[in-house]
Design a protein around this ligand. Structure first.
Ligand SMILES: [Zn+2]
Length: 301
């Protein structure tokens, strides 16, 4: 299996255009601090890739990896489609950026698809430009990433948190599937990877998948639960904002520490001390055997 990390920042990116916090200012002073919005490309077969989450940076993210460039025919692209883990704007605005496509396949769960069609009205808005083909991303039942692909994908619900633009709608049977983790399995080798850029909880099904996975890439939005309040970006805690923190008694570091596969954090908010490459928190994670994903990283679980 081949995974290409296209971005590792939470919503806003690093730096965020209207922010002068130490992280964003640091990224302006030191270009190597910069991070694009969290995204991952997964190779479905020799020359077809799926991009997990369509961020506002998706055009630059495709250009940053030669394997995603079009050719040899003028309008032939190796980008076969998109997979969405949720309906948040920083994971979906990039769909409009790809409107030059003749057609665009989008794999996602029912509530996410419904929010994009009825709240963002993507079908109506993009209809005159491209044809969006929606495919259901099944929960806990693996399906080939694309017909004939050696990579299977399934979703594990991790949160019922809706994006703000879809708040307060009627509940449905799939309400737990507003945010999912993705389980990717290479059939030939049995190698598995788990990608969960947003985690509000650590349910038993996720724990099982994480324990079995050869590589786990998870939500590292906030270092600790008080970070959003302390930095003044929110009146809520990290958990209250739908992200389990890394550190502390309810944090994910202690859940990841005993696992045997490779473990990485992604989706770092600009307030997270980890955005400074010299921060002592990197050493804390390294001692637990946990890495921080970097833009451009290639992972072969
Ligand atoms: Zn900032």
């Amino acid at each position: 299996m081949l995974l290409q990390v296209l971005g590792t920042a939470a919503g806003g990116g690093l730096p965020q255009w209207n922010c002068a916090c130490p992280g964003c200012s640091g990224a302006r002073a030191h270009p190597h601090w910069r991070r694009r919005h969290a995204s991952l490309a997964v190779r479905a077969d020799r020359d077809r890739w799926y991009i997990v989450n369509a961020t506002p940076d998706i055009g630059d993210q495709i250009e940053s990896v030669a394997g995603l460039w079009p050719g040899p025919e003028p309008r032939r692209t190796p980008v076969a489609g998109l997979v969405l883990t949720d309906a948040e704007l920083d994971h979906t605005l990039g769909i409009a950026r790809l409107r030059e496509a003749k057609s665009l396949e989008v794999l996602t769960t029912a509530p996410v698809c419904d929010a994009l069609l009825t709240k963002l009205r993507l079908g109506e808005v993009l209809g005159p430009y491209t044809r969006l083909g929606w495919r259901d991303l099944p929960l806990d039942r693996p399906v080939p990433l694309t017909p004939g692909s050696g990579v299977e994908i399934s979703a594990i619900p991790v949160s019922g948190k809706r994006p703000r633009y879809a708040a307060g709608g009627p509940g449905g049977p799939d309400d737990g599937a507003w945010v999912v983790a993705l389980r990717l399995t290479e059939r030939a080798t049995g190698t598995t990877a788990l990608y969960a850029p947003a985690l509000a909880a650590w349910p038993p099904a996720l724990h099982r998948a994480a324990t079995e996975a050869d590589c786990v890439i998870v939500d590292g939005t906030f270092w600790d639960d008080e970070e959003p309040r302390r930095s003044g970006i929110s009146a809520r805690t990290a958990t209250g904002m739908g992200h389990l923190p890394i550190d502390g008694p309810g944090g994910t570091a202690r859940l990841l520490a005993p696992l045997t596969g490779r473990r990485l954090y992604t989706h770092l908010n600009n307030t997270n001390p980890l955005v400074d490459p010299a921060a002592p928190q990197h050493k804390v994670l390294a001692e637990l055997g946990i890495e921080v994903a970097a833009d451009g990283m290639v992972i072969e679980p």
